[in-house]
Write a protein that binds this ligand. Structure first.
Ligand code: G3P
Ligand code: CA
Length: 247
C-alpha cells in the first residue's frame, strides 16, 4: 500500500503519532497511545528494547533516567523491576511491555511503526520474540518495522518478507535506492531536514515509501503533504490531522 504519487493533491499522507501523542502525554505510555488513537492518528510509532529477562518493553532511551524515577540501563532491570518504576511526567504511568500494546491495539485499526532500538545487538530475539508476537496478534499486515540497525531489518525480512520494513537514517544518503534494494526494504525514514524534494520525488516514483521524522511545525507538515510522502512522524498528531484534512 505504498504511495507512488510524485506530490500534489493525490497524496494522503499517513500521520504517525511519534511515541504516541507525546506532545501532551508521557511518551511511549499507554495513555499517549490511547490519546493518539482518540485524536484519529493513522498509526503509532514506538520504540522497543529488551529487559534483563528478555521481555520487549516500550522505551526510547538506553537508560531509564530521563523518563522514570529510576536510574540505570533498561537491560539491567527485569520486567517486574522496570514496571515498578514511576514515570516522571505522571506517577500513575509505567513503562508498557510490547505485548500490552499489541493486546490493546486489537481493538483498533491503527498502523504500527515498531522501531527496534539499536541497543538490541543480539538479533536472534527478532526471530524468536518480536516476529512471533506480530503473528500472534495478527498485526503483520499493518506493521512497519524500522531501525537504525539495518542488519536487524535484513534479519526480519529474511524471516517475514511480507512484513513491511523501512531503514531509519539520520543523514543525507548517496544512492539510497540501491541501498534500500540491497536491504530488501520498502521504505526509508529520513530525519526531516536531510530530505530534498527532488530526491523524495525520485524515490517515490520508484515506489519507495518515504516517512520523515520528527515533523512538528506547520510548515514542515504542509511541505511533506505536498510532496506526497507516504507518512510523517509527529508529536502533534492533532495539528497534523487538522492541516492534512483541511487541504
Ligand atoms: O522512527 C522515527 C524516530 O522515532 C527516530 O528517532 O530518536 O525519536 O527514536 P527517535
Ligand atoms: Ca523512535
Amino acid at each position: 500500500s505504498q504511495c507512488n504519487c510524485s506530490g500534489g493533491t493525490m497524496a494522503h499522507t499517513k500521520i504517525f503519532a511519534h511515541r504516541g501523542f507525546s506532545e501532551k502525554y508521557p511518551e511511549n505510555t499507554m495513555t499517549a497511545f490511547e490519546y493518539a488513537a482518540a485524536a484519529g492518528a493513522d498509526g503509532i510509532e514506538l520504540d522497543v528494547q529488551l529487559t534483563k529477562d528478555g521481555v520487549p518493553v516500550i522505551i526510547h532511551d538506553r537508560h531509564v533516567n530521563r523518563v522514570t524515577s529510576g536510574k540505570g540501563r533498561v537491560n539491567s532491570f527485569t520486567v517486574k523491576e522496570i514496571q515498578a518504576l514511576q514515570m516522571k511526567e505522571d506517577k500513575n504511568e509505567r513503562i508498557p511491555t510490547f505485548e500490552e500494546y499489541l493486546d490493546w491495539s486489537k481493538n483498533h485499526s491503527l498502523l504500527l511503526n515498531l522501531e527496534l532500538k539499536t541497543e538490541l545487538t543480539d538479533r536472534s530475539f527478532i526471530k524468536e520474540l518480536i516476529l512471533p508476537l506480530l503473528e500472534k496478534y495478527e498485526v503483520e499486515e499493518r506493521t512497519i518495522i524500522s531501525s537504525f540497525d539495518h542488519k536487524a531489518l535484513m534479519v526480519a525480512k529474511q524471516q517475514k518478507p511480507h512484513i513491511e520494513a523501512a531503514a531509519l537514517v539520520h543523514q543525507a544518503m548517496v544512492k539510497p535506492e540501491a541501498y534500500l534494494n540491497l536491504l530488501g526494504v520498502e521504505g526509508i525514514h529520513f530525519e526531516s531536514s536531510t530530505l530534498l524534494m527532488h530526491e523524495a520525488q525520485q524515490l517515490q516514483e520508484r515506489g519507495v515509501a518515504i516517512r520523515p521524522y520528527t515533523v512538528n511545525t506547520r510548515d514542515k507538515m504542509m511541505q511533506f503533504f505536498t510532496w506526497g510522502c507516504e507518512g510523517i512522524f509527529t508529536d502533534y498528531p492533532d495539528l497534523a490531522l487538522e492541516l492534512r484534512d483541511q487541504r
